[in-house]
Design a protein around this ligand. Structure first.
Ligand code: HXC
Length: 517
């Protein structure tokens, strides 16, 4: 029997050691917290047998103060590439069992390496994050490592999709990199995101709060707007990654893949003709409208719990990916406030980066009036949305279902912001102001001097409504391309997007624009 080459035996030994992460005891602790190991996550995310690790031998370097007692292969992060639904992705998965998954100089080199390879090959990049932030023992070297990652997150933004899944306590720098990415997924009660944790907050401000109340999934899904999707378990979160990616191309020069629709493109939903109540103050549910128009079961709503007066999400229509933007008239009458503007803006820009056409559903009485909104910079925030729609070159189709008043008309993918096709339902009301507000301004004196101001105001408001509370004036002036029956919406939108498939919109050369932030 020939003896195995000792050098090969040595390699096998090191490889086995590398698989042990931070050791048995720390893995036991990780499991006790209800968390998977970094390797289990990679295996679960990617198609079986497709993962190829790179740089598994890297260890931390230059421990000047001798604070880092142990050297671990991989230095707290697993990096490499594999396949999701037949497409290559690059990824990293932080190993909390090694120095709490914290970022060292060498860990940052590993992460940057896979980021560079993802862009060089034009494929998505996925971060599985479980980290205590910058590794304290490495001082400025770990912070510089974060800067290297953030720079790449920014420079590669809009080149390849970047997705972050938060799988543990993601502190400091571990929270900033996801904030620069296209999608942030959190896990209920298991993941936290904060720049400074409860201990630091207590020391600095005296405020007492636990991790969940400070930066849990509930907070970032409904209050801060930092996260986009939530999952009950790690498994569900990884499924969401695959699902979200199915709507996106691998990079900014490809188109999203076509999925043969099981839903008839010519389907007309008769119930849509009855959806908008005759009373303009009565709400209806725009989510239902969207679901009846797009391919059945294809709507993936994003940020469903934050700024609920606005709706954003990915869907398929006629088998093609689209970005859906709209108002929910059942929440705050669909008014646009600061958070709604921010939510829609970021999404419009993401769709434009990745060649995903935009379909906008409009029912909004306008921007939210109020001191808090004005002092909070609603002008600046609303301007972002104007900017985003104006610069977006993807096919843009707009459907006005009911109210499109004032700023809300203009900002919501209006025709002269560059929208390709604008439809209105017969229930559309397109005007600068609502009837009462308008006559109070236009006919103030006439109403005051009238013998019966109430009757006079009503008469004038009725006349105003007759002229403006319908889509016909807008259509007669060309501001609306066509007025359609609600049930025709699906085939009409599919036809218009199909005619726009080869849209080409060259832009004047510039370094980059200066979006208001
Ligand atoms: C080095 C760290 C560490 C850190 C945790 N560990 N955070 N090591 N640097 N930042 C180590 C612990 O010593 C421990 O090592 C292991 O990770 C697990 O940590 P535990 O505290 O036992 O776990 P847990 O109770 O679950 O608490 C996790 C935690 C907490 C919430 C993350 O450890 C924590 O608050 N850490 C500090 C977070 C932080 O402030 N980071 C710096 C942010 S500033 P052993 O050997 O026992 O397994 C930053 C600068 C970048 O990131 C700024 C860019 C903008």
């Amino acid at each position: 029997m020939t003896q195995e080459d000792p050098r090969i035996l040595e390699l096998r030994k090191i490889r086995t050691k590398a698989l042990e992460g931070g050791g048995e005891e720390r893995i036991r602790k990780q499991k006790a917290r209800g968390k998977m190991t970094a390797r289990e996550r990679v295996t679960l995310l990617l198609a079986a047998g497709t993962f190829n690790e790179i740089e598994p031998f890297i260890t931390h370097q230059g421990d000047e103060m001798n604070l880092l007692q142990d050297k671990f292969y991989g230095d707290g992060v697993i990096t490499g590439y594999g396949q999701i639904s037949g497409r290559t992705v690059y990824l990293y998965s932080q190993d909390f069992t090694i120095y709490g998954g914290t970022l060292s100089e060498m860990q940052s080199h590993k992460i940057c390496r896979v980021m560079d390879l993802a862009v060089r090959n034009g494929v998505p990049f996925i971060s599985l994050i479980d980290s205590g932030g910058a590794r304290i023992q490495e001082g400025v070297r770990s912070m510089g490592g974060y800067a290297e990652i953030f720079r790449r997150n920014a420079q590669y933004s809009g080149v390849v999709p970047q997705l972050a899944v938060m799988l543990g306590p993601c502190a400091g720098g571990a929270a900033y990199s996801p904030a620069l990415q296209d999608l942030v997924i959190m896990i209920d009660k298991k993941s936290f995101m904060f720049l400074t944790g409860p201990e630091v907050i207590k020391a600095v401000t005296g405020e007492v709060i636990d991790s969940e109340s400070l930066g849990g999934a509930d907070v970032h899904m409904s209050i801060s707007g930092v996260a986009h999707l939530r999952a009950g378990t790690e498994k569900e979160a990884l499924e969401l990654v695959r699902h979200f990616l199915s709507y996106l191309p691998s990079n900014n020069v490809e188109n999203p893949s076509f999925v043969q629709p099981r839903d008839d493109p010519a389907r007309m939903d008769e119930s849509l003709n009855r959806v908008v109540p005759l009373d303009p103050t009565e709400p209806y549910i725009m989510h239902h409208v969207i679901e009846k128009i797009v391919d059945q079961d294809s709507f993936l709503e994003i940020q469903p719990d934050w700024a609920r007066n606005a709706i954003i999400g990915l869907a398929r229509i006629g088998g093609h990916s689209v970005g859906i933007v709209g108002q929910e008239p059942a929440i705050m009458a669909g008014v646009i406030d600061i958070d709604a503007a921010d939510k829609m803006t970021r999404f419009v820009r993401m769709c434009d980066c990745f060649n995903i056409p935009l379909v906008t559903f409009v029912d909004s009485p306008g921007f939210l009036p109020g001191i808090a909104q004005e002092h909070g910079g609603i002008i600046r925030h609303g301007a972002k949305l104007l900017y985003a729609y104006s610069e977006a070159t993807v096919p843009k189709v707009c459907l006005i279902t009911r109210k499109a008043y004032g700023g809300a008309y203009v900002v919501m993918s209006s025709k002269y912001l560059g929208t390709d096709v604008t439809y209105a339902w017969p229930s559309a009301e397109i005007a600068v102001l609502g009837a009462e507000g308008a006559v109070n301004i236009l006919y103030k004196k006439q109403i005051e001097m009238s013998k019966n101001p109430t009757a006079e105001r009503k008469k004038l408001a009725d006349e105003y409504r007759e002229k403006f509370n319908n889509p016909y004036y807008a259509a007669s002036t060309g501001y609306v391309d066509d007025i359609i029956e609600p049930r025709e919406s699906r085939p009409k939108i599919i036809a218009s997007l199909s005619a726009l498939r080869d849209k080409y919109t060259p832009a004047p050369p510039r370094k980059h624009g200066n979006i208001p932030v």
